[in-house]
Each structure stands twice: as structure tokens, then as C-alpha cells.
Design a protein around this ligand. Structure first.
Ligand SMILES: NC(=O)C1=CN([C@@H]2O[C@H](COP(=O)(O)OP(=O)(O)OC[C@H]3O[C@@H](n4cnc5c(N)ncnc54)[C@H](OP(=O)(O)O)[C@@H]3O)[C@@H](O)[C@H]2O)C=CC1
Ligand SMILES: O=C(O)CCC(=O)C(=O)O
Length: 450
């Protein structure tokens, strides 16, 4: 049995109750064996056994008072996964499905993604099972303050710098930042994704969605193609999806779908980004509201999706951009996309495709950009925010966006060249995993057993 298989089998027994984490590890370990064979130092130094265990995990009780005066209790976590190449970096997710296993999957992915950005940041993730949906601003504020009351002990500008993820945007980051400052009296860059008037970076809001489109463009360019004139299916309707749609228009493509947790929108004329921003960023409403405002849009509720499929992937498209959440593309969705002529998939969300779906994309030979490469623009721009904060300066939108573009291009080139080096040209899953892994593994060896 191979070294990677042995490690995975042991891990599967130990963490059988953390399916998302095991899925994320399986996706990486099944591609690493050629790199492990090439450099025996990785097995000798037990790098796999070490890299799959977080350096430390904090879990804590978060208690707060709702608008009715009732005490509420949530669970909070921070998984500091790997600091071999820099301070821990990764978002916070507030969603009822959050548990330690989900955050371990996200933190594990973050190690390789952050390494691929070419910047010195380690991997982490955190969050809570708190659901911001339906809560008043004051409730969200009180929750964020209670969360930071615990978290502030473990973070710092050169220790661990959280940011947003599902359910955590500029509003939540602002409340978290205010509480950190109140508790520590320090005004420093301990969070990224901050609002612009207190240390946020221009283009961070746009970065993940824009970066995913830049990555898709690079994949297609290498095949003599482009996004121009392409019809695109996008899932999600949050930060990543909105700015993915916006950039698609800028490069001459047309996004025709978006979705949220209750349903999906299809508009053959193209998604209206200004309306989407109004509905999701300002009103924080469901997509049924979008359908009220845009009469040409068709709304399909989750209950009416075709059996076993996610509606947006049944709409014929040239390119697909999963930008909602994990496992939102199953193998039947993948087959449907391929049958309908989809030639490019670039993942804005983390682990949106099941392992069988990934294998279907790879077998078909289409341009497939895995999440840890294609959505790395968000965290890369967070690192640019850290640089600006450390230098007490602020760069222009064009400067940050230009750096983001170059980072995405370099991630593509690195993953593509690594895939060629290992004899599987075009397999960006293997290319991204090995390229991200080698840098971290080499740093772990150089730093000794600690
Ligand atoms: N923000 C960032 O910079 C980065 C985000 N990501 C990843 O991108 C994805 C989206 O994040 P982001 O846009 O920031 O989050 P948001 O909270 O802004 O938006 C999430 C969107 O996905 C939908 N969604 C969430 N959970 C589900 C579910 N279980 N089923 C169906 N739809 C769901 C939400 O629907 P509803 O509106 O109904 O809640 C919402 O439209 C996540 O996988 C995240 O980890 C990756 C890299 C960076
Ligand atoms: O910007 C960051 O630090 C985190 C982004 C993130 O959570 C992610 O890449 O999944």
C-alpha cells in the first residue's frame, strides 16, 4: 500500500465523523504520491502524518443576548492548521452547518491555496454555527462582540489574521474589529476584508470573484480560447458569485444564472448585477425578490429542481462557476454540464465538486480549475491588505487589481507546469496540489520536528 494511502486510511479511522475533512484530504493525498516518490525526504520526515493534523484548534462557547432579552449560546472555533510558511490566514464562516470537521476541511484547503499564492501565509479557518440570517444588526453586533471576546486571545497581525467567508462580510468584520480594538487597545491589521475607511484594501471585496474569472481566462488562453462571447452558469448569490458575474461581463461573457439556499434564477438575457447587489448586499433578501424586480428572470425553488440535480448546472452553458458552497456539483451535475457542452469549470467556492464530479471533469479533458487554485485571489488580496496595513499605506484599485491578476496568472502557470513535470498535462488538480504541497513540506523539513 502506498504511503499516502496508509496515511489516509489511518486518518479515515480516526476522523470517520468528519466527512468533509476526509473528502478534502482524500482529494489532495490521492494526487501527491508522484511527488512523494520523487523526494523520499517527505516520507522520512512523516510530512503527511504531520500536515493532516492542525497545529492547534480552539473551540469556545459564545454567549450573547438577542433582541428579546434571551440568552443565546453558540459554538465558536479557530483551527490554526499550518504555519510553516507564514502566520495563520483564512476566513471565518458563520453558518448553522459549521462544526469542527467543516472548519478542518476549509483550513486544510487553505494551507495549499495560501502556498500557491506565492505569498508568506499559513493556513487556518474559523467560525461559528451562528446564523446571521434573519438577525437584526444589533444581534449580529452582539454576537460578533461575544465571538471576539474569546477569539482575540489567539490572533494578532503576525500570528493569525482571520477574514470573511460565508455569512461574514464587511458588516461582521467591522463589528469584530471594533471589539478587538476595545479589548486590546491596539489598532492593527488583525483582520482583512475591513471596510475601506479603517484599513481595508480596495479590490478585496471583488477579489475572489474577479480572481476566479482571471483564472478561467488563463486556462482558456492556454487552449487558444477565451471567455469572450461565452454563456456562463454561476451558482451562489453572495460575495464571490456577485463579483464573478461582474467580471464576466467585463471580459465579454454573459452570466445567465445565480442561486441561493432557497432557489435559482435563470435569465437568458444575463444576470443584472446592480439588482443582485441591491437584493443581496443591501436588502439581504432572497432571490425571490430579484425575480420580482426583473420580470424576464425565471425563478426555480429548490423543491422544484430536477431530481438529484442542482438547477443551475442543467442550464446549457459554455463555462460554469460554482460560487456557493461545498458539494454543490455532484457527479450527475458534472455529467449534465459536460453533456450540454460546458468546456470550462472554475471553482469560486471551496470544494464545490464531489470527488466523482472532479474525476468526470478530468476524464473529459475540459479546462477544470480546482478551488484552491481558482479562488485563491481572495486570500491573496487579503495578504495585499496586510502589506498595506503594515506599511500604513493604501494602494489604488488598479494597483491591487493588477497584482491580483498577476498572482492568478502565476498560480495557473505554476499548477500547469507542475502537471506537465509529472506527466499529466492539463491536470490542474494534481498540479495545484503538488505545487502547493512542496513549498509547505520543504519549509516543515527545514524547520525541524517542533
Ligand atoms: N469570500 C471570499 O473571499 C472567499 C470565499 N470562498 C468560498 O466561496 C463560497 C461562497 O462564499 P461567499 O460568497 O463569501 O459567501 P456569502 O455568504 O457571501 O454567499 C454565499 C452564497 O452561497 C449560498 N449558500 C450558502 N450555503 C448554501 C447551501 N448549503 N446551499 C445553497 N446555497 C448556499 C448563499 O445563499 P443564501 O443567500 O440563501 O444564504 C449565498 O448566496 C464559499 O465556499 C466560500 O468558502 C473562497 C475563497 C474566498
Ligand atoms: O481572505 C482570507 O484571509 C480568507 C479567504 C478564505 O477564507 C478562503 O480563501 O477560503
Amino acid at each position: 500500500m502506498s504511503y499516502s494511502q496508509q496515511v489516509f486510511d489511518n486518518l479515515s479511522q480516526r476522523y470517520s465523523y468528519q466527512p468533509e475533512f476526509l473528502q478534502a484530504v482524500q482529494e489532495v493525498l490521492t494526487t501527491l504520491q508522484p511527488a512523494l516518490d520523487k523526494n523520499p525526504a517527505y516520507e522520512k520526515n512523516k510530512i503527511l502524518e504531520r500536515i493532516v493534523e492542525p497545529e492547534r484548534t480552539f473551540s469556545f462557547r459564545v454567549e450573547w443576548i438577542d433582541d428579546k432579552g434571551q440568552i443565546q449560546v453558540n459554538r465558536g472555533y479557530r483551527v490554526q492548521f499550518n504555519s510553516a510558511i507564514g502566520p495563520y490566514k483564512g476566513g471565518l464562516r458563520f453558518h448553522p452547518t459549521v462544526n469542527e470537521g467543516v472548519l478542518k476541511f476549509l483550513g486544510f484547503e487553505q494551507i495549499f491555496k495560501n502556498s500557491l499564492t506565492g505569498t508568506p501565509i499559513g493556513g487556518a479557518k474559523g467560525g461559528s454555527d451562528f446564523d446571521p440570517k434573519g438577525k437584526s444588526d444589533n444581534e449580529v453586533m452582539r454576537f460578533c462582540q461575544a465571538f471576539m471576546l474569546q477569539l482575540h486571545r489567539y490572533i494578532g497581525a503576525t500570528i493569525d489574521v482571520p477574514a470573511g467567508d460565508i455569512g461574514v462580510g464587511g458588516r461582521e468584520i467591522g463589528y469584530l474589529y471594533g471589539m478587538y480594538k476595545r479589548l486590546t487597545t491596539k489598532y492593527e491589521g488583525i483582520l482583512t476584508g475591513k471596510p475601506l475607511n479603517f484599513g481595508g484594501s480596495l479590490a478585496r471585496t471583488e477579489a475572489t470573484g474577479y480572481g476566479t474569472v482571471y483564472f478561467a481566462q488563463e486556462m482558456l488562453k492556454a487552449r487558444g480560447d477565451s471567455l469572450e462571447g461565452k454563456k456562463c452558469a454561476v451558482s451562489g448569490a453572495g460575495n464571490v458569485a456577485i463579483y464573478c458575474c461582474e467580471k464576466l461581463y467585463q471580459v465579454g461573457a454573459t452570466p445567465v444564472t445565480v442561486s441561493d439556499s432557497r432557489g435559482a434564477i435563470y435569465d437568458p438575457n444575463g444576470i443584472k448585477v446592480d439588482v443582485l447587489k441591491q437584493v443581496k448586499e443591501v436588502e439581504r433578501a432572497s432571490l425571490t425578490r430579484y425575480a420580482e424586480l426583473v420580470p424576464t428572470a425565471k425563478y426555480v425553488a429548490v423543491a422544484d429542481y430536477p431530481a438529484g440535480l442542482h438547477y443551475v448546472w442543467t442550464v446549457p452553458c459554455d463555462a460554469a462557476f460554482p460560487c456557493a458552497t461545498q458539494n454543490e456539483v455532484n457527479v450527475e451535475d458534472a455529467k449534465t454540464l459536460l453533456k450540454n457542452g460546458c468546456k470550462c469549470v472554475a471553482e469560486g467556492a471551496n470544494m464545490p465538486s464531489s470527488i466523482d464530479a472532479i474525476n468526470a471533469f478530468l476524464a473529459s479533458g475540459i479546462a477544470y480549475g480546482p478551488a484552491k487554485a481558482a479562488n485563491a485571489g481572495g486570500v491573496a488580496t487579503s495578504q495585499l491588505e496586510m502589506e498595506q496595513n503594515a506599511g500604513m499605506t493604501a494602494w489604488t484599485f488598479e494597483e491591487v487589481d493588477g497584482k491580483l491578476f498577476n498572482i492568478m496568472k502565476n498560480i495557473f502557470l505554476n499548477a500547469d507546469e507542475t502537471a506537465k513535470e509529472f506527466g499529466v498535462p492539463g491536470n490542474l488538480v494534481l498540479g495545484a496540489n503538488i505545487a502547493g504541497f512542496r513549498k509547505v513540506a520543504d519549509a516543515m523539513i527545514a524547520q525541524g520536528v517542533i
